[in-house]
Each structure stands twice: as C-alpha cells, then as structure tokens.
Design a protein around this ligand. Structure first.
Ligand code: SF4
Length: 655
C-alpha cells in the first residue's frame, strides 16, 4: 500500500493517442520525494539533452507533490516541468489552487505528456476514466473561458481545469497555464502545451488519499494550523508590511504599495520613482482595488486567502494575487485601474504577468529610441495604455512585430538588432526577472540571482531577512523565537549583520555565511517543490509554519517512510543537484550565471568571483558549476556521473 501518493502516473502519448496507467517505483519516493524531484528524474532519464523544447520527444509533466491531497495545510501545488523554449533549460513552474489535489483524488501522482496531437485536444480525467477529447471548438478561446466551456460540456461544475489561452496555442515563449485559481507561468510551459496541441486538462477525482499514521499526521497538521494563527497575530516587526506576514504577499488585501512603487523599477525596468506614493494615490488606489475585488480566496485546504476574484465592470471575472497586481501598471507608468483591466485580458490569453509587461515596455523603449519605427508598429495607438493593449493583442497572435516580441526580450533583441540588445538589460539566463535595480551589491542575493535554476527570485529567496535590522536590540528580538534555523550559526550571521560599516553589504554576510544562507534557503524551496507545499507557508516568508525541524515527522507520518532531518536535507540536495546536472547537460555553465550588469550600481568583481567559487565548492561542483563525480556518488546519483562522463562533460581526473 502506498501512502500520501497513489503510486500511479498517467502516461499520455498525444501522437499515438495512447493512455497508460503506470505503476511507479516506491524506492524513488525515498530518494526524490515526489513533485519536482521525481519530475527531474523522469526528464533526466527520458529526454535527451539534444531534444528541442518544441519537439514530440519533449515531455510536459503535470505533477502533484508528495503531500498534495492530504490534510497538510497549504499543500496544493501542481509542479509543471518541461524544457523551456525561452531559456532552453528545464522549466519548473508551479501553480496553487485545486488542480493537484483533484488529480491525487482521481488516483494519479502525475500526468506525463509526450508527442503532439495533429488536432487541438483536451484531456478529461475522471477517476479511472481517461479520455483524449476534441478541442477544435475551443481554438482561440481564453483560458478561463475554456475552463468554463469544458465544465459545461462535461456537466461537471466541480472539475478542475488547467488550460492555455491564445498565447499558448501560438507558442508565445512566456505563455502560461491558467487554472482559474492560480497559474503556472514561468519558463514558457504554456507554449510547450500549445506545441503538443493540448488545450486543457480537466480533472475530477473522488478517491481517498491514504496516510500511513493518520492520528499522528492530523496532530502535526493541527500544530501547523495553530502556528498559522499565532503567526498571523504576530507580524514580524521591522520589515515592510508585505514581508511581515505569511502566505503569498497579501497584495489583494494590502492597499499600501509604497514599498513596491518606490523601490521597484517602472517602464522597462528603467526608472525609480521615489516620490510616487502620496496620500492621494493611496486613496485613489484603495477605491479602485475595493471596487473590483469581489472576494478574497484561498487555495485548497489553506486559511490564508492570498488571492482575490476581480470583477472589472464590463469584463469577465478573473483571479489575481501577488505582485502581478502591479506589473502592468508599473511597466506602463499607469495606474491601478489600467493594471486590473489589462490583467483580465492577459489572464485569458495566458501570459506570464512578470514577463509580458516587461516585453511590452521594452518594445516601447525601442520605439522611443528609434530602433523600432512606425513601419514596425503600424496603427499603434498614441496613448501608452492603448499601446499596451495593442502590443498584447499582437504578441499573443504572433502578428507583425508581435511575432518577434513573442519570443521574449532576449530573443527579440537579437532578432531586431540595431542595438536593441542594449535594451535587454533585465534578463537572467534569457528570462525576464523582477524589475529591480539596486545600489549596493548584496552577496546573498548575488548568489541566488546568479545560480537559481528557477530563474525567479521569489521562488529562491526566503527564511533569512532581506536586509539587516538597524539596531542590536531589534536583531536580538528577532532571533529569540527563530526556531526555524537549521543551525544556530544563522542567528549569529543575522545578529552581526549591520546596515553600515564593516559588517554590512557587500562584505557581510561573509562569503562563507552567504553560501550557507543561500544553501538553506534553496533547500527549503526544493523540499516544498517536491512535497507540493506552497512556499508562502514554508520557504518564502520569515518564520513560516513549516521548517526543517517539523517537516520530517509530518512527512514520515504521511508516507510511512522514515525521514529524519539529515535524510530530508540529503533528498533536497539530491534534487537540487539533479536539476543542476540536467541544465549542465543542456550546456549551462558558469558564464551563464550572472545577474544583469546594472542590477546593482556598485559591483565587486573579485568578491563575486569568490562568492561563486565558494558556493560551487559547498555544493560539490567544479569551477564551472558542474557537479563532480564524487559529489554525485555521495548523493546516489552515479548514473548522472556516468552519463556526464560519457559525454565528456566531466572527466576521470575530476573528483
Ligand atoms: S498561502 Fe496563499 S498562495 Fe499559499 S496555498 Fe495558502 S492561499 Fe494559496
């Protein structure tokens, strides 16, 4: 009997039209946990590195996490993994909502898609009944509209649907997969779904998900719920409101956006508007937000209500959460009302709310610079909001200049030429990142930006405060109930970290401390991504409900597989290393690991080199960021070492 997981994957070949229910090997759970970990193992084993993202041989995996569908609060992530058309590396985007728990209740841990359907289709998974159905009537429909059509035609109002819009159908490199209550947006996974001719996957499941030791497991879950309450009543002092609580940043509740609007960049990540936020704007934005926000909503089995349904008069309702509330507004130098209006259309089209606005702001900057001209943008309106809508419509249809921009700023700049590359100044590994340009190099963030495989800082950072607290008393107060640290040394790192002087950025935290902090932060993300846990309750916020000390007992009670802290740490290290090996096998090297030149005004090349050197060493990687044979052996990844050796990527002499 398998606990927490079902032990079965659905394997669908869209070229052949075959559907297979395949039993999985329980040994893999102990080694890789599930979710992202087992996705990575499948991609390593079955997708050779030469495989093009838009190829029948590329796999698109929709995975539940190991604990999805159990009573663990907030454990609801769908981990979607494939190879990205934009970065050409492994993409693993995650969505909350209800889809993964529904799949688990239908009796499956993963849906693994290969091949390409000649005609547009959707999948209908209803417990043991699985069908590939015609979707030709859904061509061109919005993602949310598609979900509604499918629910109606199946007469299943409670079916959970993950769908692409026009952007995915037209293989826009930053196309998302939308699920109504959440979306998986990074890495262009929606484009791969479109390439496979798959419009949607609808799921309805009513089977039980068993846990090994139910009484013990429920006690642990109740402890989590109790802590959530305590933590909600005790926001962290001394940090911006958005970082004080838990859950995803509570953007739909919070109106005060001084922190984002004055610290993040506007336009093509170009301008900081330090004096933007005024009382008048706050009132205006409050009115806008409260007039369109119909209700706050949560994902499956979570009390946090991070998202909201949004109904702009005259437009269909959609869901919004997090910083995407501001991305269109700030890219267009506009106001919140515009942000809510265009986000509705963008959600139906299915585009990443971080990349799409930046691509459009980039195009308008090229226009201002004379690199793009009226001949490239025929009929573009004269007002900036009109221009954003106009560009968005063309991008998702790949019409005219939209076809070039649909590949994202990195590839578009290359195709446009004429100096456009200079304006592509906010990408890492060919992918748009958060619009931030800062002053002094922060060594911890340098490492995370440079080396993160996720290429999305919010899915890498967390646990350790983003900035030092001004006084020793405040720091002492913070560490008092900091039970989450894996080792007491992290408390000392924080106590010694000062805003100015010898113990401040960029030389403090020290190189060693920075490497250890990053290691801790990313390990927690890798655990969450394997369990299907929302980072908002674990790896992202300060002092979260889940941490390295309470996870092992919870996972053991759920699965019946005994995990202790070192064992869990080892599994996270294994997954992190496997991800690295997958990307290394696809050509990623040290030269790719660099934040944009202008991310910080003050750079320290020698220090940065040292940081990267030491981080690689800590990870058991060589100077190019390639895992060594010895470290792969220690992680039971000998098969990876042998493959890298056969390909000449590592040599015998390396240890
Ligand atoms: S914390 Fe927020 S984003 Fe995370 S599962 Fe709960 S409601 Fe969803």
């Amino acid at each position: 009997m398998r606990y927490a997981e079902t032990g079965f994957d659905l394997e669908i070949d869209l070229s052949r039209g075959s559907i297979d229910r395949v039993e999985t090997d329980p040994k893999l759970t102990k080694l890789y946990l599930g979710g992202l970990g087992t996705n990575a193992k499948i991609l390593w084993d079955r997708v050779p590195p030469e495989t093009e993202p838009f190829s029948e041989d590329n796999l698109l995996i929709f995975s539940t996490g190991l604990l999805c569908g159990t009573a663990a609060p907030g454990c609801n992530r769908t981990i979607v993994s494939t190879f990205s058309p934009q970065t050409r590396l492994m993409a693993y985007s995650m969505m909350g909502g209800f889809w993964a728990p529904e799949l688990k209740h239908a009796g499956y841990d993963k849906v693994i898609i290969r091949g390409r359907s000649p005609d547009l289709v959707y999948l209908w998974i209803h417990n043991d009944k699985v069908e590939i159905r015609d979707a030709s009537h859904l061509h061109g429909k919005g993602a949310i509209e598609t979900a509604e059509c499918i629910r109606q035609e199946l007469k299943e109002p409670d079916a959970q649907v993950a769908a692409i819009g026009l952007a995915g159908e037209n293989r826009v490199f930053f196309a998302s997969i939308e699920h109504g209550k959440s979306s998986a947006s990074r890495g262009g996974i929606g484009a791969v779904m479109g390439d496979k001719g798959l419009k949607a996957i609808a799921v309805r499941g009513k089977k039980d998900v068993n846990v090994a030791r139910p009484v013990e497991f429920m006690e642990r879950c109740n402890d989590i719920l109790k802590y959530i309450k305590v933590r909600e009543e005790n926001p962290v002092k001394g940090v911006p409101a958005i970082l004080a609580g838990i859950g995803s940043p509570q953007e739909m509740r919070i109106v005060d956006e001084e922190w984002h609007t004055t610290n993040f960049m506007w336009g093509n990540s170009r301008t900081r508007r330090k004096d933007f936020w005024t009382k008048e704007i706050e009132e205006n934005w409050r009115e806008t937000q409260e007039s369109v926000r119909t209700r706050l909503i949560s994902c499956y089995n979570c009390p946090m209500k991070c998202g909201a349904t949004v109904s702009v008069p005259g437009l269909p309702t959609y869901m919004m959460k997090c910083y995407s509330k501001l991305t269109y507004t700030m890219a267009a130098y506009s106001d919140l009302d515009f942000g809510f209006r265009i986000a509705q259309r963008a959600t139906e089209y299915g585009v990443d709310g971080f990349s799409a606005p930046q691509v459009m702001a980039f195009a308008l900057e090229l226009y201002e610079a004379g690199i793009l001209t009226d001949a490239d943008l025929p009929g573009m309106p004269s007002d900036v909001e009109g221009r954003f809508f106009w560009l968005l419509d063309r991008i998702v249809r790949r019409e005219g200049i939209g076809d070039v921009l649909a590949d994202g700023t990195y590839w578009a700049a290359k195709r446009i030429g004429k100096g456009a590359e200079k304006y592509d100044h906010n990408t890492i590994k060919k992918h748009e990142q958060l619009p931030l340009k800062l002053g002094m190099l922060n060594p911890v963030y340098y490492l995370m930006y440079a080396t993160g495989e996720k290429i999305n800082i919010t899915q890498i950072e967390g646990q350790f405060p983003q900035a030092p607290f001004p006084t020793g008393e405040e720091r002492e107060a913070f560490v008092k109930d900091w039970i989450h640290v894996p080792d007491e040394k992290f408390k000392q790192y924080f106590l010694d970290w000062e805003p100015r002087g010898e113990h401040s950025n960029p030389y403090y935290p020290t190189v060693e401390a920075s490497c250890n902090i990053v290691d801790w932060q990313e390990k927690m993300h890798y655990i969450d991504d394997a369990l299907g846990m929302c980072a908002g309750l674990s790896s992202f916020p300060l002092k979260p409900p889940y941490h390295i000390h309470n996870y092992p007992a919870l996972i053991s009670a759920a699965t019946g597989i005994d995990f202790d802290e070192p064992g869990l740490w080892q599994a996270a290290t294994r997954n992190r290393t496997l991800l690295r090996a997958i990307n290394v096998r696809r050509g990623m090297r040290r030269a790719d690991e660099k934040p944009p030149e202008n991310h910080w005004k003050k750079r320290f090349p020698e220090l940065e080199t040292k940081l990267l050197d030491e981080y690689y060493k800590l990870k058991g990687w060589d100077n190019q960021g390639i895992p060594t044979k010895a470290s792969l052996h220690d992680l039971d990844l000998d098969y990876v070492g042998e493959d890298l050796e056969q390909r000449g990527i590592i040599s015998d002499g390396q240890s």
